[in-house]
Design a protein around this ligand. Structure first.
Ligand code: INI
Length: 154
């Protein structure tokens, strides 16, 4: 039996982080978590590029541009969508989720989904460095494993 899995050795990886300014207070915490994970796995600060976009809806296009540039081994998408009183949340979260998945498949690149979709601001805070951990950190860890996994398969 042959098993293929990605390790977490990450020296020399070049990473783009795309972060939405909407709900910036929480987005910054996701970014802090992701940076902490990358740096502690020996990704160099100079090899990390942070790109801010206005809202989560804008993430897929910029993820595609970053991926197409050939400058990065992976793209991490971070954003915070909080349900409001109208169906707006459903429309945006559906498009963002679909868009991010599509970009990764089109470009053959790990394009990682670090988007919070919550019913309340409290739920978002819990997932950005409080009692439910930091989903930015988790997204970064998944990124490192995926870059290594693709290398293993290739
Ligand atoms: N963008 C977010 O990132 N999170 C939200 O919760 C959100 N809500 O609720 O509206 C949101 N809207 C803005 C959207 O992403 C676009 O930036 C805007 O529609 C311009 O295209």
């Amino acid at each position: 039996m042959k098993t293929i899995e990605g390790n977490l050795i990450s020296k020399g990886f070049r990473i783009a982080l795309i972060v939405s300014r909407f709900n910036e207070l929480i987005g910054k915490k996701l970014l802090d978590g992701a940076m902490d994970c990358l740096l502690r796995h020996e990704v160099k600060d100079d090899d990390i590029t942070v790109i801010w976009v206005p809202g989560a809806f804008e993430i897929p296009l910029i993820a595609k541009k970053a991926g197409l540039s050939g400058k990065y081994d992976a793209v991490i998408c971070l954003g915070v969508l909080i349900r409001g009183a109208t169906p707006h949340f459903e429309y945006i979260s559906g498009e963002v989720t679909k868009g991010i998945a599509l970009v990764g498949l089109e470009l053959n690149l790990p394009v990682i989904y670090g988007i919070l979709t919550t019913d309340s601001i409290e739920q978002a805070i819990e997932r950005a460095g409080a009692k439910a951990g930091n989903k930015g950190w988790n997204a970064a860890l998944a990124t490192l494993e995926m870059v290594n996994l693709l290398k293993e398969i290739n």
